[in-house]
Design a protein around this ligand. Structure first.
Ligand code: 6K6
Length: 149
């Protein structure tokens, strides 16, 4: 059986405050399949850092990966226009989508994600909780997972 192709989305120009978390998530996701967007977890990538590619190249490449993915996992604690866009496109493509956020930000999630019944939107408060969400969503192909075991 071929490996799961996972598209990971996390804020870049929306702000890199959670980049250590993204790196941890990319490492965890790597145990379930191939992560197409490992660079999102690159601790050296800043929101304004040097870019080797044009915006157009980034857009085309990321959309090609998104189309070819089997599942999308988005870390949505830091609001990002790009992540919101990717989630919306993934929804239109019919991909299983897991949106994860952690406590510790005092802002509320956008209602466009929190209120969307076609997304699985889950909070995690510890690495154990995070791993449990990933396991339930990715291991068993249970894209319907809603946080209850
Ligand atoms: C380096 C420094 C600034 O920008 C870069 C290179 N940019 C990107 N490289 C790869 N993917 C990108 C880049 N910018 C945005 N994306 C995609 O959008 C990623 O897949 C992220 O999930 C999402 C982040 O969007 P913003 O709006 O926070 O940038």
């Amino acid at each position: 059986m071929s490996r799961l192709r996972i598209y990971f989305a996390g804020s870049i120009r929306g702000g890199r405050e959670d980049r250590a978390l993204y790196r941890d998530l990319v490492a965890r996701l790597g145990r379930y399949g191939d992560v197409l967007t490992e660079h999102v977890g690159d601790a050296n990538l800043t929101e304004t850092g040097e870019e080797g590619s044009s915006d157009r190249e980034i857009f085309e490449r990321d959309l090609t990966w998104l189309r070819s993915s089997d599942a999308v996992v988005a870390e949505i604690s830091t609001p990002s226009l790009g992540v919101g866009y990717e989630v919306a496109v993934a929804e239109q493509l019919g991909k299983p989508i897991l949106c994860l956020y952690h406590g510790g930000h005092d802002r509320k999630l956008s209602a466009m994600l929190a209120g969307n019944p076609r997304l699985t939107v889950l909070e995690y408060r510890s690495p154990i909780e995070l791993e449990a969400h990933l396991e339930a969503f990715l291991s068993t192909g249970r894209a319907e997972y809603d946080g209850d075991f």
